[in-house]
Design a protein around this ligand. Structure first.
Ligand code: ATP
Ligand code: MG
Length: 364
């Protein structure tokens, strides 16, 4: 899969810009605050995901403008395709291959990418939410139906939490909690099965990349860590029963707190290096190598399941890695279309683009 052209209209500081990348490595360079990350952020939107910087849709529109329109022509599944996104009234709408889509989730799985930025380098160090986001966002591209299960789970969770707060004021309402426990356990069990399977597929890839990065000196292991069942519970019915039991056991605590303390929204991925928890005992370098291995494994698995490599978006990440890790990364990404943003243009690349004040200039 590769991008042939991207055009921006009123996208942040990229008022009216267009560029034509090449199939291999594309370096996007320039001074600070010129629009490099804006380009990468926009390209990620073509996957159907939200801004990887956590921005609201309205923040993506150039100041003083009412809408933004961005377009990408890309080659995938042996044909040229096109995706256009209109951002207006704090919403995004997409047209994929001239067909208007009602929801952004309907374009997930067509244009596939893996994003890697300095904030991802803290994936191990940070809390479980980032690790759940990692797995959820990776799964959505491989199995687009996962996005709808996830959204159903989130809606049920919001309703259960609202009910817990209402029960604090009116205890008679607690009779209705059973229905929500059942719904949450049902949706949650589907999510857990997808996540377990993703982890078991990504594990060998991740281990092998980490072995390579650490030059066979260290060994990485990842596992799905649930908040209600043992690691070996992987069958959906068993997971559902464990979830239901956990929700029932914690019901009174949940009513007191006003939120749900057990469920897949509390799960995590455990990462160990040589058998020791990487979050608590890993050095900064080990933690970063583990993230690098996770990201490379994500790209590799996505490529394998789609039958073609995803587009790789590396925002400002090269300067954060030492030369050995930079070489390892570029070596493993050979054959894929890669976008690298940096301030220093001295990276060997097929194509280079200078970004200056929201304009993009090809420079070689
Ligand atoms: P750095 O090297 O520091 O990471 P960058 O080139 O990646 O810089 P961007 O994050 O892409 O910079 O941001 C470039 C500029 O976009 C900033 O100066 C910011 O003020 C501007 N900007 C952000 N949002 C908007 C918006 N909605 N409208 C107009 N300009 C915006
Ligand atoms: Mg930037």
């Amino acid at each position: 899969m590769f991008v042939e052209s991207v055009s921006f209209e009123n996208y942040r500081n990229l008022k009216n810009a267009e560029f034509f990348p090449s199939k291999g490595i594309n370096v996007i360079y320039g001074d600070n605050a010129q629009g490099k990350t804006n380009i990468i952020e926009c390209m990620w939107l073509f996957t159907g995901g939200r801004s990887f910087r956590g921005a609201k849709d309205r923040e993506l529109i150039a100041f003083d403008q009412k809408y933004s329109k961005v377009n990408a022509a890309f080659f995938s599944t042996n044909r040229q395709q096109n995706v256009e996104i209109l951002i207006q009234n704090n919403k995004r709408k997409a047209v994929l291959n001239n067909v208007q889509k009602d929801y952004m989730s309907q374009i997930i799985g067509n244009f596939c990418a893996v994003i890697f930025s300095p904030q991802h380098l803290d994936l191990i160090k940070n809390g479980p939410e980032e690790r759940r986001n990692f797995i959820d966002s990776a799964l959505c591209q491989i199995k687009p139906q996962y996005a709808s299960v996830l959204s159903r789970y989130k809606k049920i969770l919001i309703q259960r939490n609202a009910l817990l707060k209402s029960i604090q004021k009116n205890s008679e309402l607690s009779d209705t909690l059973d229905i929500w426990n059942e719904k949450l356990a049902e949706a949650g069990s589907h999510i857990a099965v997808y996540r377990h399977s993703y982890i078991s597929n990504i594990r060998p890839l991740c281990e092998s990349f980490y072995e390579g990065i650490s030059q066979h000196r260290e060994c990485l292991n990842i596992a799905y860590k649930s908040s209600y069942a043992s690691q070996d519970t992987i069958l959906r019915d068993d997971i559902k029963n464990s979830l239901l039991t956990a929700l029932q056991i914690k019901q009174n605590d949940d009513i007191d707190l006003g939120y749900t303390t057990r469920g897949v929204h509390r799960d995590d991925i455990s990462v160990t290096i040589n058998g020791k928890d990487a979050k608590s005992f890993g050095s900064q370098g080990q933690q970063r190598s583990a993230v690098l291995a996770l990201k490379l494994a994500e790209a590799s698995l996505l490529g394998r399941s789609k039958g073609e490599s995803p587009v790789i978006l590396l925002d400002d990440v090269m300067s954060e890695l030492d030369p050995a890790r930079q070489r390892y990364l570029l070596d493993k990404l050979q054959g894929m279309q890669v976008f690298i943003t940096c301030c220093d243009p001295n990276i060997t690349a097929q194509n280079k683009f200078l970004v200056k004040n929201g304009e993009i200039f090809p420079t070689g």
